[in-house]
Design a protein around this ligand. Sequence first.
Ligand code: TXA
Ligand code: MG
Length: 322
Amino acid sequence: MTAPLVPATPENIALAARALRAGRLVAFPTETVYGLGADAGNDQAVAAIFKIKGRPEFNPLICHVPDAAAAAVVAEFDDRARALAQAFWPGPLTLVLPKRAGAKISPLVSAGLPTLALRAPAHPVALELLREAQCPLAAPSANRSGRLSPTQASHVAAGLGEFGGGDLAMILDGGPSRLGLESTIVGLAGERAALLRPGGIGRGAIEALIGPLADAPADKIEAPGMMLCHYAPKLPLRLNATRPTSRREALLAFGASGGEGFAKVLNLSPKGELAEAGANLYAYLHALDDPHFEGIAVASIPDVDLGVAINDRLKRAAAAGR
Ligand code: TXA
Ligand code: MG
């Protein structure tokens, strides 16, 4: 059974909120990527997320809330968390914080960890849905585990449609995601604040508020989104490409690059703008991930600002094919 893909009208948002309260799942737009949401307090609903995604249960989920006040009900905020939430929420920043004792959150959400990842998304549809559902929503990106994240409702339908069964009530279409890259994740539960995943909010902006960030610990997976093979298309990906290795290779270009000899070229940003490239990244990878081609070559992208997050995702996507 395929879940209906419907426009995010007030009526459909109200229906979606009702479905969520009844323990069903809803895919919804955020400014980063589309999420696959469930009532975070409902064990069975959260378990259905792992089932539909084919996601390993040791990989915890982000809990979405409308604002910092709602987040403070379930997690412990210190001064650093308050400063970051005030500066960047709603927005593409996820904070990993100690979970409050007695928080009405299914232990499955944080995979048994004593911490909780929280984010207030900056998308009017997501915020309206959160307010109407009146519960935090556990929501990973709405794709099969390890695959490309969806930045359009049609990506969700193509990737999850056949896996929804009766659990996925609907896919709310709120148009293409404005940012197109998953949120920055900052860990604030350990001894030192750490950058667990680069994203839309740059390291510098965070460090300006709370001081230096440690890098994600290499020895243990604190955010399995940091697992090496992730965010992957089905075709092999080749980075820093200039010339084709075969006539059936497609090119994901950036800036004023030629692309001669490639079977097809999509340019992330002909003007060389990183924000535009980030917004187009997954949609273009989805478009080039076509068995018609032999592989996808990617031009080099400057490793500054948003380019850090773009290159992080590309490296993981390339590692998956090896
Ligand atoms: O932009 C985003 O963050 C999107 C939208 C839907 O909000 N969500 C997203 O979720 O990217 P997901 O599940 O694909 O990635 C969540 C990441 C994973 O890498 C997970 O390991 C990490 O967050 N995470 C969740 N809870 C955690 C925790 N308690 N400690 C450390 N990492 C955690
Ligand atoms: Mg994901």
